[in-house]
Design a protein around this ligand. Structure first.
Ligand SMILES: NC(=O)C1=CN([C@@H]2O[C@H](COP(=O)(O)OP(=O)(O)OC[C@H]3O[C@@H](n4cnc5c(N)ncnc54)[C@H](OP(=O)(O)O)[C@@H]3O)[C@@H](O)[C@H]2O)C=CC1
Ligand SMILES: O=C(O)CCC(=O)C(=O)O
Length: 520
């Protein structure tokens, strides 16, 4: 494999290199990957800016074809899944599914572009005879914000990385992308970046539409976020990392938005009738969701809340049984494994926290052993440590006295990506009372399912109040993710010859419009 990074379509090497590490063995993998310098970042961003005006004005059909070309190219990359397996420790089936999700996501954005609603064209026709004052001709559309910096995530080497949701939505919006690959999977990143560069070439676009920089230092990411050409940032990762990028972006002479998806413990509330009817099944389902991918999902169910009693005992017993049998799985990096062990130790050392079960022991490097704890509602309310995310397969069951205490436990929580209700019909009345509170806390509310595994669709919200994200008004998964990288422009009384195609009088792109307040 060639370890160059890409500035535009050009492969670039440098004197400093790094290697990926197989987390299953802690051994360095083949290939020296070139480390990008601040100067490389500046070159990539300058090129992205040069590409911006032509790329943002490509017809939606041409951008749709480009996104589809990227998906086709990714499907044809030999050895992509195998390389991602070696660099992440994730199993083949998961990564094959993730590749499908990545390509499906690109194709969904292509479909969205063809449907045209994303441009949100609004026309207020002139009213020259209006009394007491005439109204001008006003036409609004969305344009791309400018070059976007994307940070690849460690835990989804494909679907949240180089060609993941942030890149797909930014390119769909018409924003060139400069991506910083995650240092845990540089080979996967290079392979996907080449696929994007091939699509750029095949579609005859400006080479600055996409670049990949690589490296292992915070300085590189900082240089990217503070580059004056960058106008928005997409990130999935730790709270500390996300907040550092927000701070850098706010301190720029021109502050820019950072869309960081960070930490969430995803509360699950078990209601009495559901517990009574299927407590043991719920216990097994919970552990299945908790241990998926060694728990390395930001949607992982990190806390379960219910009224104490024999039905909750049945749930907990089933969960203990399933979790005790869970085999230890390789975690993404030794750093993430160490953080996980530290988090588990911290939780188990808290007063009024009981360790209910640990996953099976195993040999080998960086194996994450699942962990299940329990505590009381009162202890949870009084100790904020218990509500901190432990990234991995660790979760805590909170035994409450009554519904009022359940509400207090939830009220004390920070913002979340998800909140889940396990309910039967007899639970609806009490569950309905919680919905307004959950709306204030979370971006997605689920019933009778588990939060891991986000559908990529039109209605999806993968977001939520801080610290789930740095901006609760939007989503990083689903078609609405495009809105992060668009801004409105209004054209007042511009002659037709000067108007861009989306707002021309005869609507040559056949975009859906709202005209004088009515859908056309
Ligand atoms: N909630 C979630 O969805 C996730 C949470 N995590 C949490 O994050 C921990 C570390 O995992 P990791 O995936 O590496 O996430 P990080 O947030 O540490 O890193 C993600 C990316 O951001 C960059 N970055 C981080 N901090 C800074 C900074 N201060 N300035 C500039 N760039 C920065 C990193 O670059 P570089 O490494 O080169 O410095 C990397 O490219 C995990 O143990 C886990 O707790 C991780 C993944 C997902
Ligand atoms: O659950 C999913 O499919 C997505 C999870 C996610 O966004 C993450 O772990 O970063």
């Amino acid at each position: 494999m060639d370890g160059s990074f890409l500035i535009g379509g050009q492969a670039v090497t440098s004197s400093e290199t790094f290697r990926a590490v197989d987390p299953a063995t802690n051994e360095a993998l083949d290939t020296d990957f070139a480390v990008s310098t601040k100067e490389h970042v500046a070159q990539a961003c300058k090129l992205a800016d040069e590409a911006f005006d032509s790329f943002r004005e490509t017809d939606p059909e041409d951008r749709a074809a480009f996104l589809e070309a990227i998906a086709d190219e990714i499907e044809n990359v030999d050895g992509l899944v195998q390389r991602a397996m070696a660099e992440s420790g994730l199993p083949e089936a998961r990564l094959t599914g993730e590749r499908g999700r990545t390509c499906g996501q690109l194709r969904l954005f292509a479909k969205l572009l063809r449907q045209g609603r994303w441009a949100e064209v609004v026309v207020d026709n002139a009213m020259p005879d209006r009394q007491p004052l005439p109204r001008a001709d006003l036409r609004q559309r969305r344009i791309a914000v400018g070059p976007v910096a994307v940070f690849g995530a460690s835990n989804f080497p494909l679907a949240f990385s180089v060609a993941g949701g942030d890149t797909a939505s930014a390119l769909a919006a018409g924003c060139p992308v400069v991506c910083k690959g995650h240092p845990a999977h540089p080979g996967t990143s290079v392979m996907v970046a080449r696929a994007i560069a091939n699509a750029v070439k095949k579609c005859g676009l400006h080479e600055g539409v996409f670049s990949l920089v690589q490296g292992t230092s915070n300085e590189l990411g900082a240089a990217l976020v503070t580059d004056p050409q960058i106008k928005a940032v997409g990130f999935t990762g730790s709270r500390a990392g996300g907040l550092a990028l927000v701070e850098l972006a706010q301190k720029r002479p021109e502050p820019i938005p950072v869309y960081a998806e960070m930490s969430s413990i995803n509360p699950v509330v078990l209601f009495p009738d559901a517990l009574k009817a299927r407590g043991a099944d719920l216990g097994k389902g919970y552990v299945g969701s908790l241990t998926l991918g060694s728990g390395q999902f930001c949607t992982n169910p990190g806390v379960v809340v219910a009224i104490d009693g024999p039905e909750l005992d049945t749930f907990a017993e089933a969960a203990v049984e399933a979790l005790s049998e869970a085999q230890p799985q390789v975690m993404l990096t030794s750093g993430i494994h160490k953080n996980y062990d530290k988090g588990v130790e911290l939780l188990s050392g808290q007063g009024e926290v009981k360790t209910l079960a640990r996953g099976a022991e195993g040999t080998g490097c960086n194996r994450g052993r699942a962990a299940l704890f329990e505590t009381t509602g009162e202890a949870f309310i009084n100790n904020p440590e218990l509500a901190h995310e432990v990234f991995g397969a660790a979760s805590i069951i909170v035994r409450c006295t009554d519904f009022d205490q359940i509400a207090k436990v939830l009220e004390g929580m920070e913002g979340q990506l998800t909140a889940t209700l396990q309910i039967d019909e007899g639970d609806h009345e009490e569950a309905a009372k919680l919905v307004p509170l959950l709306e204030r806390k979370a971006g997605r509310i689920l019933a009778n399912a588990w939060p891991t595994g986000v559908e990529v669709s039109y209605a999806m919200v993968h977001g939520g109040p801080f610290p789930a994200t740095s901006d609760p008004r939007t989503t990083s998964v689903g078609t609405a993710a495009i809105e992060r990288f668009l801004r409105p422009v209004c054209y007042q009384d511009l002659p037709d010859a000067l108007l861009p195609k989306p707002v021309k009088h005869d609507n040559p792109l056949k975009l859906p419009r709202i005209v004088d307040g009515e859908r056309e």
